[in-house]
Design a protein around this ligand. Structure first.
Ligand code: NAD
Length: 498
């Protein structure tokens, strides 16, 4: 019996990884599958290329990265179309994704020298006879392992910053979106044809595992928390440092003084963009009692207007066919335990599509509230006040982003969220702010991409001291005398002993 191919599921055929559209099953990409030896060779080539790239200095890299940024901006329709074909994402969502990625390439290129370049830092009274110098040097080769849900934004969020810092990058794109990953490295090679500074290796999870064990100097992983644990375990064998951008279950809090129309609009987009397949997507809402009913009404009205389908609809197909069963289980579990569907429900699941589903009064211990659903569904639960909302939002082991709507206390509430990021009176906006770091806490991972922290994440701090005068209180020498030590003790008591 031959297995029936489910559209969207990657297949390996004659040593090639074949990606297909989850909407139509049409072939989108066909790329060679790498063996562990191929991965090793790619890393060796990248190491030599990385030395050349580092040698270009900040100025040479900035100029080339800005050329790549220009190419990405000029060919935005082309890459958005490929993202749509291969992953099913609506073209408009793909455009927004690419715009965000372009912004990150621009910022990383323009700011690497300022953030990472050599500088003098102040000396202190102790060791005042030495000047202090700091710079951030590249690791060498960074392995980037990516997911399928934002196949442009997520690899670039690591790669652009790693490249700007002077590293070479070997990318292992998701097996669901290899053609998009290959497009990124091919276009980079158009503007940097001299050396294989940014290349890709393709395949399933074993190729990602081979990359972790290939001798790369750092691994930047974006994907599920379960795989993040495997990546960290593999990297532990060689003490290879890791950056983990993992899953989430982000909450929105709607306070009593919120603008409910704005909150509903942001909630519907934050929860349902990319069919809810967003790591920082809003999956749970806690609305305070006085505004709960009005807020739910506005969300249902807006979400009910969205179109679902293959082309130019608001909501596209579920990219990973196996995820449909997870979404179905979460909806069924919520309903069987007393939750109510005020939009959609069990019938909303029609593979490869899921219609927008809004669940209310869902028990806090149900799968729909506790586990990452990754579908166009949303739970909205009522809470007494903002304190209860914060307690519930913080009750999970995930802690990626979050959103707060309100006036007087909104920023204070955002600061209390146990998450790496939060947006006040908007949703997901921190992801596009290239000046801000992006990353999670707990099961959502650790380390930061984007912003100054994102540049430093891909470099090692190098500290240098340099003598500029004779030591008046010699301490770091065997030639110090008992009198020197006595004077040192006296000086420290004067300076710090008060
Ligand atoms: P996934 O963990 O299944 O796969 C991610 C990547 O890891 C793929 O390229 C896969 O081939 C590779 N991989 C699988 N097994 C591996 C192993 N043992 N060693 C090394 N690599 C291995 O995740 P996914 O389904 O592609 O992506 C969806 C998940 O990603 C969601 O949980 C989502 O929340 C998360 N995500 C997080 C962020 C973030 O920035 N925090 C961004 C986007 C997506």
């Amino acid at each position: 019996m031959t297995a029936v191919h489910v559209p969207g599921t990657p297949i390996i055929e004659d040593g090639r990884l074949v990606s297909t559209s989850p909407a139509t099953g049409a072939e989108a990409g066909r790329l060679p599958v790498a063996t562990a030896e191929d991965v090793g060779r790619a890393v060796d080539r990248a190491r030599a290329a990385g030395e050349w790239w580092a040698g270009l200095g900040f100025g040479g890299r900035r100029e080339r990265l800005l050329r790549w940024r220009s190419l990405l901006a000029r060919r935005i329709e082309e890459i958005a179309e490929l993202v749509h074909t291969e992953g099913g994402k609506p073209v408009a969502d793909a455009v927004v994704e690419v715009v965000t990625a372009v912004e990150h390439v621009d910022w990383a290129a323009r700011n690497a020298r300022r953030v990472l370049g050599p500088r003098r830092v102040r000396s202190r009274l102790v060791l005042a006879e030495f000047s202090a110098h700091l710079e951030y040097q590249p690791y060498g080769v960074v392995g980037v392992i990516g997911p399928w849900n934002y196949p442009v934004f997520t690899p670039i969020g690591s790669a652009a910053y790693a490249l700007a810092a002077g590293n070479a990058v070997v990318l292992k794109p998701s097996e669901y979106t290899p053609a998009v990953g290959q497009w990124l490295v091919d276009t980079f090679a158009e503007v940097v044809p001299e050396q294989p500074v940014f290349t890709a290796v393709h395949g399933l999870g074993d190729v990602g595992a081979a990359l972790c064990r290939s001798g790369v100097d750092k691994v930047a992983f974006t994907g599920s928390s379960a795989t993040a644990r495997k990546v960290m375990a593999a990297c532990a064998e060689s003490l290879t440092p890791v950056l983990l951008e993992a899953g989430g279950k982000d909450a929105m809090i709607v306070d009593a003084d919120a603008d409910l129309d704005a909150a509903a609009e942001a909630c519907v987009w934050g929860a349902l963009t990319n069919a809810g397949q967003t790591c920082i997507g809003i999956e749970r809402v806690y609305a305070v009692e006085p505004v709960f009913d009005a807020f739910v009404g506005k969300v249902v009205e807006r979400a009910g207007r969205l179109t679902v389908g293959p082309d130019n609809a608001d909501i596209g197909p579920i990219t990973m066919p196996s995820q449909v069963e997870v979404i179905r289980r979460h909806i069924d579990d919520a309903l069987s335990r007393g939750g109510r569907a005020v939009l959609g429900g069990a019938d909303a699941v029609q593979p490869p599509y899921v219609r927008p589903t809004v669940l209310v009064d869902v028990p806090e211990d149900s799968a729909a509230v506790r586990e990452e659903t990754f579908g166009p569904t949303l739970t909205i639960n009522r809470v007494r006040d903002a304190d209860e909302a914060v307690a519930r939002a913080n009750a999970l082991s995930y802690g990626l982003g979050g959103s707060v709507f309100g006036r007087r206390h909104a920023v204070a509430i955002a600061r209390r969220l146990r998450s790496g990021m939060a947006s006040v009176n908007s949703a997901l906006t921190f992801a596009g702010m290239s000046t801000l770091p992006f990353g999670g806490v707990g099961d959502s991972g650790f380390g930061r991409i984007h912003g100054e922290d994102g540049l430093r994440e891909f470099s090692r701090a190098k500290a240098i001291t340099r003598r500029r005068a004779r030591s008046l209180l010699p301490s770091t020498t065997f030639e110090r005398t008992p009198a020197d030590v006595a004077r040192l003790v006296k000086a420290i008591k004067v300076i710090y002993g008060r």
